[in-house]
Design a protein around this ligand. Structure first.
Ligand code: BGC
Ligand code: BGC
Length: 452
């Protein structure tokens, strides 16, 4: 049973940016076309057993060929902005060195199409699809990758900067560090546990160097998309509280502190490669806005015996200094993630308290849910609830400038494959037909209401 949300939504500021998000590896397909190089996710998905439903992203939603149809959907939705990602390996097939003009041409066409439709392009330069050639030389564990990333940023900005005025450097370095290098559940499939931390530092350094490269090309609206969520302690006991603090440090502070305060949380710098003081100046350069991807809070307690715990479908090994507990008493998405809109208000107000005026204006760069079916009333309830929660944070004084739904369309949900559907638009993976869901029509009407 779902209850339809009360309408209408509270009114957001007239210049609030309304958008939807996707990423290259999750939608483009065409992995062997026009000179694209291989990515870590191409290789990872080809390994047996890595993707839960056995799917791969070779075709994905075929956006590479169907982008005009997808841009027409954005226009119909009334989206003010579209957050997509540029595939590094299309632009520089080896990650560095020779530029592949045909790869850049694709983003050039996409940006033109968006501009013609009146939708502002908001590219993310890196959404987890590391060029395989770079990974084979150490990937983000290696400092050199940060420099290569900045060179790539320069190439993209040189080509698109005349029409793009908002840039996102990285998507969720926390997830790539934790899931990709720490636990091996995502590409590149390394299980280094805390030895994964250099990948965090090098991504942050890559971010800072890319900001410099973008500024040198005249960019004046740059952000990063970090995943954050409140961490709740399983009880008031000392061990549970300190386990929750540690988890909060890993998810929320490990990336936000260096970006916003210019320092790592206590205890982290010692685990990083070499002295980092100079890097921190690069990392903490002024951001024009701070992107938050919010999905859910996490309930954390002290380590709980010898069994792994479960975080959003990811197995957390029992030798971690915390265990993730089940959150009871809330509805769940098809993925099993608890639906807790109030935690978005909590997250944003607590961020404001923690970072004060070091926190630039916030943009919600992702928020969304996995549900099946075309009549997705639960997704409507989810988005509606989170928009109201966002509005409450704004009333409490948090400066929020935009909101992007994850995702425009169903897509390749990483280790889950095609089984988890986050789209406003349904994809039939046999025919690749696009069908707007009930939530698409609801959001279109809600956006019309905001403009009326
Ligand atoms: C999301 C998290 C999620 C995790 C596990 C990430 O992409 O940001 O919210 O819990 O994946 O799949
Ligand atoms: C990622 C997306 C992903 C979504 C849902 C975010 O963490 O940026 O790529 O599809 O969560 O898990």
């Amino acid at each position: 049973m779902t209850t339809l949300p009360p309408s209408p939504l509270p009114r957001f500021p007239a210049d609030f940016l309304w958008g939807v998000s996707t990423s290259a590896q999750q939608i483009e397909g065409a992995v062997d076309e026009d000179g694209r190089g291989r990515t870590t996710w191409d290789a990872f998905a080809a390994e047996p057993g890595r993707i839960r439903d056995g799917s791969d992203a070779l075709v994905a939603t075929d956006h590479y060929h169907r982008y005009p149809e997808d841009v027409a959907l954005l226009k119909e939705l009334g989206a003010g902005a579209y957050r997509f990602s540029v595939a590094w390996a299309r632009v520089l097939p080896e990650g560095a060195g020779a530029v592949n003009k045909a790869g850049l041409d694709f983003y050039d066409r996409l940006v033109d199409e968006l501009c013609a439709a009146g939708v502002r392009p908001v590219p993310t330069l890196f959404h987890w699809d590391t060029p395989l050639a770079l990974e084979e030389r150490g990937g983000w564990l290696r400092r050199d990758t940060a420099r290569r990333f900045a060179e790539y940023a320069d190439v993209v900005a040189a080509r698109l900067g005349d029409r793009v005025d908002r840039w996102i450097t990285l998507n969720e370095p926390a997830e790539l560090t934790l899931l990709g290098y720490g636990l091996g559940e995502h590409a590149p499939g390394k299980r280094l546990l805390f030895d994964a931390l250099p990948a965090a530092h090098h991504q942050l350094l890559g971010h800072g160097l890319a900001v410099q490269a973008l500024r040198a090309r005249g960019a004046d609206s740059i952000g990063i998309a970090n995943s954050h969520g409140p961490t709740w302690a399983a009880s008031g006991s000392g061990p549970d509280k300190s386990a929750a603090d540690f988890y909060d440090l890993l998810l929320n502070r490990l990336f936000a502190d260096p970006l916003l305060l210019g320092r790592y949380p206590d205890g982290i710098a010692e685990m990083l490669p070499g002295p980092v003081a100079d890097d921190l100046d690069v990392i903490s350069q002024r951001l024009d806005w701070y992107g938050v991807n919010y999905y859910q809070p996490t309930l954390v307690g002290a380590p709980d015996g010898d069994l792994p715990s479960d975080f959003a479908g990811i197995e957390v090994p029992p030798d971690m200094p915390f265990s993730v507990r089940e959150i009871e008493g809330y509805p769940r998405t098809a993925f099993g993630w608890p639906v807790v809109p109030d935690a978005l208000t909590e997250l944003l107000t607590s961020f404001r308290e923690r970072y004060g005026d070091r926190l630039p204006p916030v943009v919600i760069t992702e928020n969304g849910c996995s549900y099946d079916g075309l009549d997705d009333q639960e997704r409507i309830t989810y988005i509606d609830g989170h928009l109201r929660a966002l509005h409450r944070a704004m009333e409490a004084g948090v400066d929020v400038r935009g909101y992007f739904v994850w995702s425009l369309m169903d897509n390749f949900e990483w280790a889950e494959g095609n089984a988890q559907r986050f789209g406003l638009v349904h994809i039939d993976y046999e025919t690749l037909a696009r069908t707007p869901k009930a939530s698409f029509h609801w959001l279109r009407d809600a956006l019309r209401g905001q403009r009326a």
